[in-house]
Design a protein around this ligand. Structure first.
Ligand code: GDP
Ligand code: ADP
Ligand code: 5GP
Length: 201
């Protein structure tokens, strides 16, 4: 599918995936983020079309039935999904695209786009994961308890990913992610046109 590289980033909620991806996007203008659809209610400060496309469950279910999604999954009782058309258009335009999705979605994307590169972000410890979820201040105690209970079930799927990156020190994790992206861009098939050009000169 297309020319750009498709990166999948997953993590247990609170591991720092959103913060890391945001920092990557600020540093690398050739990277873009796929905006997911969700039935979850917007958090304070989240804008429709920027953080997510917020959809009523009925509209979301219609979109599933219409085959609009490259992947979709139920996470914490809400539906999340990535629109296939958005991904296709951007990869074909040569953009490298990041999908911030859960392990169920990652599995579906890998099955359909085997060349996708997947990265799982881990917290340095379970205690630190809970501290970050609380520190973020966006979720109620009930929601935090639910996300902590789910963290183990998500991490069990870490072995399905190409890369595991521990987000202990933020800058270290960011450097590692930047290196992974740079290395993936140098893979032989991606650089072959350049080699062909040099040999043709
Ligand atoms: P949310 O989208 O509202 O959940 O935002 P985040 O919780 O992802 O990030 C909140 C703020 O904290 C942003 O300005 C981040 O850049 C910043 N931030 C995230 N992680 C770190 C960190 O490890 N160190 C520092 N100094 N700032 C951070
Ligand atoms: P996720 O998207 O995986 O749910 P967030 O990016 O929202 O996680 O991060 C959860 C909280 O942890 C945020 O308040 C964020 O600022 C904080 N955080 C992220 N990375 C680090 C880090 N390396 N050290 C300390 N705090 C961090
Ligand atoms: P949050 O509500 O904290 O933004 O996200 C909760 C969970 O939903 C995270 O594990 C995140 O990776 C996942 N998620 C977000 N967007 C998508 C998506 O488009 N598809 C799938 N499968 N999961 C998603």
């Amino acid at each position: 599918m297309g020319q750009g590289i498709l990166f999948i980033v997953s993590a247990p909620s609170g591991a720092g995936k959103t913060s890391l991806v945001r920092a990557l996007l600020e540093r690398d203008r050739a990277l873009a983020l796929s905006v997911s659809c969700t039935t979850r209610a917007p958090r304070t400060g989240e804008r429709d079309g920027v953080h997510y496309h917020f959809l009523a469950r009925e509209r979301f279910e219609q979109a599933i039935a219409a085959g609009d999604f490259l992947e979709s999954a139920e996470v914490f009782g809400n539906l999340y999904g990535t629109r296939e058309q958005d991904v296709r258009a951007r990869l074909e335009a040569g953009e490298d695209l990041i999908l911030e999705i859960d392990w169920q979605g990652a599995r579906q994307v890998r099955a359909r786009i085997p060349e996708a590169v997947s990265i799982f972000v881990l917290p340095p410890s379970i205690t630190e994961l809970e501290r970050r979820l609380r520190g973020r201040g966006t979720d109620s105690d009930t929601v935090i308890a639910e996300r902590m209970a789910q963290a183990r079930d998500e991490m069990i799927h870490g072995d399905e990913y190409d890369y595991l990156v521990v987000n202990g020190d933020f800058e270290d994790a960011l450097t590692t992610l930047t290196a992974i992206i740079a290395a993936e861009r140098q893979r032989q098939p991606r650089q072959q046109p350049k080699l062909t050009e040099l040999l043709g000169d």
